[in-house]
Design a protein around this ligand. Sequence first.
Ligand SMILES: [Zn+2]
Length: 114
Amino acid sequence: MQVYTCPFCGLRDEREFFFAGEAGAARPDTTGPVSDAEWADYVHMRRNALGRAREVWMHLTCGELFVMERDTLSARVLESVALRAEPGSGEGAGSAEASGGPDSASGPDGEGAP
Ligand SMILES: [Zn+2]
């Protein structure tokens, strides 16, 4: 059994978490035409990176979404960062991804780096 860190609840059993997708996927710009191939790529294609990966996870117990950075080779968790904004802060809890859900989890460089 593995233990993951929820930014709100601390260390918890892996069975309390749900994988919501890779972080950093750039949603197609819908201000112009978007082809079926572009949508299919956005919805279905994943990098499935070997090594460091940034992923959006949900802690089912508290219902919060967060970005977990982990090493897919060693299964070691490197960082867990909240997605939601803290009240009154105007920004997220230490993350550039705080303004949206999994679809907007990318940073300004499109790679999800804070
Ligand atoms: Zn939690």
